[in-house]
Design a protein around this ligand. Structure first.
Ligand SMILES: Cc1ncc(COP(=O)(O)O)c(C=O)c1O
Length: 514
């Protein structure tokens, strides 16, 4: 009863908000060219403020604690120096697109071929999102349904298995569908699907769990072997990868990383894949914003070289949380069957937000943003090294900086906690041959995508480097503990204040007032 009453009470407010939304539409197109800049236009911010205030009032009428935690999250994000390499700040247009009734629609299947009626609008939305994705990345085919990066990788793995293992097996017995196989034939095919080989980058060199590691389903599906990095330079050694691939003969060669601070030569990776008969799959989850923004071109752009490319949409690409698969014609039919093969019904509200984010990324200003992300990473790396810090590979040429904290006498866990206590949000990360293992680690991974969205440039990142070194130089491990530490109070206070000045000068969502 209370809920009904508050909802009907909210109704007039909702229609009031509707007129604000049409204002938003004009504000949006006015603001569109400036969207990728740190400070979108005043109209846009005012209209977004109105929309969020109205939305939070509606939420509050049902569950005030959710409205309150949502407001607090904005405050916390505004007040912290976010250097988590996998995070960013999506635009209000992207975020608002997710909060609609598109969420209510079931749409299993694919564009024009659904298992549910009434999908004309979601068909249109998915087609727009896929068109933007194809244009943005110059890919022949785009599949926008994956709910996350893990899901995108699963779709890719099963599309490769379907194309390279299942289809030939069906052909051999002269049937077109798995349902037409006898029990014995089906069991033989299942055994074959379950005994394929995959090769990907090792975790401590910066690879990802979904690239064939045992705790993830990919490790249970495939026999896996890893390639690492050169122990002296920390860089990928393509000759060593080729030799390992020749010996192991994987069905799938995976390139891509979540903690490698360098670019990859995908033309060379394709040569290696071709030589051993492997399908090259590139997981560009981390650096797809740099591909979209044309910072990585030629051999460093995976799209012209890989058979299948997967990505998240929420990291450097600055979209909603989600995944995307790009594929060559050879794999597109199999990728298209991702739902219901391994995915549940598509999240159409998120797919709509992907379309908006891809449209933003196709603007010229996104290229300037992506270039600043890479330039800022270099400024940050230089700032750390100038102050005596040790970086894995001796620098960066993407958006990631991987700091070895052993020279500060700390574990990654201690460094991460001390930085957080000082208002700097990062995550600990293994380094190659990490003596402290995957839990405590010896590294801190930084990324520049989020603070670049806030408007930070090279000078600000140099200052952030100073703050990081100040915190770590004033942190001591307690006894033999790998977790406990002591941080000098005055250092932490000084860093918090200095971080606050940087944050105030570069506000998150400027003009957005709740
Ligand atoms: C390289 C890579 N692939 C896949 C993923 C998984 O993405 P999600 O968390 O969206 O499933 C990540 C996330 O950190 C990643 O870094």
């Amino acid at each position: 009863m209370t809920t009904d009453a508050s909802l009907s009470a909210a109704a007039p407010g909702l229609s009031a908000a509707a007129s604000g939304l049409s204002a938003a539409a004009s504000g949006l197109s006015a603001a569109a060219p400036g969207l990728s800049a740190a400070a979108p236009g005043a109209d846009y911010a005012a209209t977004a403020s109105e929309a969020y205030r109205a939305a939070l009032r509606v939420i509050e009428s049902v569950e005030p604690r959710i409205a309150s935690a949502t407001r607090q999250e904005l405050t916390d994000q505004r007040e912290s120096l976010k250097l988590i390499a996998s995070e960013n700040y999506a635009s209000p247009a992207v975020l608002l697109t997710m909060g609609t009734w598109l969420s209510d629609k079931y749409a299993e299947g694919t564009i024009g071929h659904r298992f549910y009626a009434g999908c004309q609008n979601v068909d249109e939305i998915e087609a727009i999102a896929a068109e933007h994705a194809r244009e943005l990345f110059g890919a022949p085919y785009a599949y926008v349904q994956p709910h996350s990066g893990i899901d995108a990788n699963l779709v890719a793995f099963w599309a490769i298995l379907a194309t390279r293992v299942e289809a030939p097996a069906l052909g051999e017995v002269g049937v077109r569908n798995v349902n037409d196989l006898s029990e014995a034939e089906w069991e033989r095919l299942r055994a074959k699907l379950g005994s394929q080989r995959l090769m990907g980058m090792s975790l401590d060199a910066g690879g990802h769990l979904t690239h064939g590691f045992r705790p993830n389903i990919s490790g249970k599906m495939f026999q896996q072997r890893s390639y690492g990095t050169d122990p002296t330079t920390g860089l990928l050694d393509y000759d060593a990868i080729a030799a390992a691939a020749r010996e192991f003969k994987p069905l799938i060669l995976v390139a891509g990383y979540s903690a490698y601070p360098r670019r990859v030569n995908f033309a060379t990776m394709r040569e290696i894949a071709d030589e051993v008969g492997a399908t090259l799959m590139v997981d560009m989850a981390h650096f797809s914003g740099l591909v979209a923004g044309k910072v990585f071109t030629g051999d460093e752009d995976p799209v012209p070289h890989a058979h299948i490319v997967t990505t998240t949409t929420h990291k450097s690409l600055r979209g909603p949380r989600g995944g995307l698969v790009l594929a060559t014609a050879e794999y597109s039919d199999a990728v298209d069957k991702g739902c219901p093969m391994v995915l549940g019904g598509p999240l159409e509200h998120v797919i709509a937000a992907k379309a908006v984010a891809f449209a933003e990324a196709r603007q010229h200003s996104f290229q300037a943003y992506a270039q600043r992300v890479a330039d800022n990473a270099q400024a940050f790396a230089d700032g750390l090294m100038r102050r005596g810090a040790t970086l894995i590979t001796g620098g960066t040429d993407n958006h990631i900086v991987l700091l070895d904290v052993q020279s500060f006498g700390l574990t990654g866990r201690q460094a991460e906690s001390a930085l957080l206590e000082s208002g700097i949000v990062t995550n600990r990360n293994s380094i190659p041959a990490d003596p402290n293992g995957a839990w405590y680690t010896s590294g801190i991974r930084f990324g520049t995508s989020a603070l670049t969205t806030r408007g930070f440039g090279a000078a600000e990142f140099d200052r952030v480097a100073e703050l990081v070194v100040e915190v770590l130089s004033n942190t001591r491990a307690e006894g033999t503990s790998k977790a406990k530490y002591t941080l000098v109070d005055s250092a932490s206070d000084w860093v918090r204040a200095a971080a606050g000045e940087l944050l105030d000068a570069n506000p998150l969502y400027p003009g957005l007032n709740l």
